[in-house]
Write a protein that binds this ligand. Structure first.
Ligand SMILES: NC(=O)c1ccc[n+]([C@@H]2O[C@H](COP(=O)([O-])OP(=O)(O)OC[C@H]3O[C@@H](n4cnc5c(N)ncnc54)[C@H](O)[C@@H]3O)[C@@H](O)[C@H]2O)c1
Length: 304
């Protein structure tokens, strides 16, 4: 996959998945704007990309504010002349059950993920529309946003909102040939190492250097950062020109297409539905096969 001549911004790319995306895009020939809140991580990421023969520049700033979004796009344009690809990856977790979640927990997560994605995509869309030769917005969602997840009110809301924005922007930007997709990744990073069902296998793999076991790679779709990066490179490339408005899952040995919400069953009644009529019709009508919700708890074959 050759991205020579393309310019990409990757938010939150000082470490974890974002660093993997920045490295992969640079290895394919793109010039990359590396961003993170952590200045040292930014500097190390840029050095690493350059040492591998790639081209990168760093911007240490917090995604969420419009000024950061504009600085990222301006840096791409000033240093590399244009902007072709935006990956909105920056993220934080502030997990707590609903009744313990504070306003700050909610606002901080929504600011980085949802507002960060909105402000960066808006700035990128303005520039890409001016350039007039299309572009790629690659938004990062999560299984938690697709299905809901215990303890993640703020994160699930932000990630579900990101998937909704991807569908909306795919419509709005189609005429400008700017594709917009949501990637739903799963990978062993600082963020997922703490999940109790994953932690022992990830620690074991790190200690021994062996790959993660098959049940994680195939059933849970959990693998390395590099396993996810291929999809980002594909979506950044000309090969994905017709792929837009999709939520694409990737991780370990899995590549998956997520469904979008739609009416599953509808009953019709002349004059509409009173509460009593809904109660009478529910069990054999639209309520006959209720939807499941929540990410199922991971199950190792060993039962541990
Ligand atoms: N790891 C997974 O399995 C997984 C699953 C689903 C979704 N995701 C999403 O993928 C993205 C990356 O996750 P990760 O696992 O690599 O996490 P990570 O914590 O390893 O990396 C996130 C990076 O974002 C940076 N960051 C945080 N706030 C920022 C801000 N305001 N501005 C700029 N940078 C900021 C952090 O400093 C860090 O370097 C996140 O959006 C996350 O929600 C990850």
């Amino acid at each position: 996959m050759d991205l020579t001549g393309k310019v990409a911004v990757v938010t939150g790319s000082g470490r974890g998945l974002g660093l993997g995306y920045a490295r992969a895009l640079a290895a394919a020939g793109a010039s990359v704007v590396v961003n993170d809140v952590d200045q040292q991580a930014v500097d190390a990421a840029v050095r690493g990309i350059e040492a591998a023969g790639g081209t990168a520049v760093g911007v240490a700033a917090a995604v969420g504010e419009t000024a950061t979004a504009e600085e990222l796009v301006a840096t791409a344009v000033q240093r590399f002349g244009r902007l072709d690809v935006l990956v909105t990856n920056a993220g934080i977790l502030r997990d707590r059950v609903l009744w313990r979640m504070t306003d700050a927990d909610f606002d901080d997560v929504v600011r980085v993920h949802l507002r960060g994605t909105f402000t960066c995509a808006r700035a990128a869309a303005v520039r890409m529309r001016e350039q007039g030769d299309g572009g790629r917005l690659i938004l990062i969602g999560s299984p938690a946003g697709q299905r809901g997840n215990f303890g993640q009110t703020n994160y699930a809301a932000a990630k579900a909102g990101i998937a909704a924005m991807a569908r909306t922007w795919a419509m709005e930007l189609a005429r400008a040939h700017i594709t917009v997709n949501a990637v739903i990744p799963v990978a062993a990073t600082e963020m997922t190492k703490t999940i109790p069902a994953f932690a022992p296998a990830i620690e074991e793999a790190e200690r021994t250097g062996a790959p993660l076991p098959d049940w994680l790679r195939r059933d849970e779709g959990l693998g390395s950062v590099e396993d996810v990066a291929g999809l980002i490179t594909f979506l950044a490339s000309d090969a994905s020109a017709t792929v837009t408005g999709q939520a694409i899952g990737v991780g370990g040995d899995r590549l998956a297409l997520w469904t979008h919400p739609q009416e599953k069953k509808a009953d019709l009644r002349d004059g509409g539905w009173s509460a009593d009529e809904i109660a009478a019709a529910w069990a054999d009508g639209v309520g006959a096969e209720p939807e499941t919700f929540g990410i199922p708890a991971p199950q190792s074959p060993a039962g541990d």
